[in-house]
Design a protein. Structure first.
Length: 140
């Protein structure tokens, strides 16, 4: 993947738009000061440090990963950055997707999908899930 910043930017923009629409239309939402499902974090500063670390990690090491892993990391960084930006104004993230015992937003979904892709990526590279090599003989 040549432009992880494009994926990150799209996630941040779409997440911000959906949160804005939810608040503007007075739809049901929850102000979450913690992680997905209301899990509490030690503080805003620690979340900011984690997000900055993820961004630095992605941009320093993206050339060492295949496109699938870079895409997965872009989903994670985009979701983390979107939630961090949402918290800048009042210290909470806007969650509006009811899921079982908790509530999520699109940034949380992006983070989850990125983690799932990273989890299954080593198996794909080894061919355990029927993939991993490209038609030109290379690998992702």
């Amino acid at each position: 993947m040549k432009r992880p910043s494009l994926v990150i930017g799209l996630i941040v923009a779409i997440d911000a738009l959906t949160k804005w629409l939810v608040r503007k239309k007075n739809l049901s939402f929850v102000e979450n000061s913690g992680l997905p499902f209301g899990i509490n974090t030690p503080g805003f500063f620690s979340l900011g440090v984690v997000v900055l670390g993820l961004i630095l990690f992605l941009f320093l090491y993206q050339r060492h990963y295949g496109e699938r892993k870079t895409f997965a990391w872009s989903l994670i960084v985009g979701g983390a950055l979107a939630n961090l930006l949402d918290r800048l104004s009042d210290g909470v993230a806007t969650d509006f997707i009811g899921l079982g015992p908790g509530t999520l937003n699109l940034a949380d979904v992006s983070i989850f999908l990125g983690i799932v892709l990273l989890f299954f990526q080593p198996n794909v590279e080894k061919g355990l899930l029927g993939g991993g090599s490209r038609p030109d003989g290379g690998t992702d």
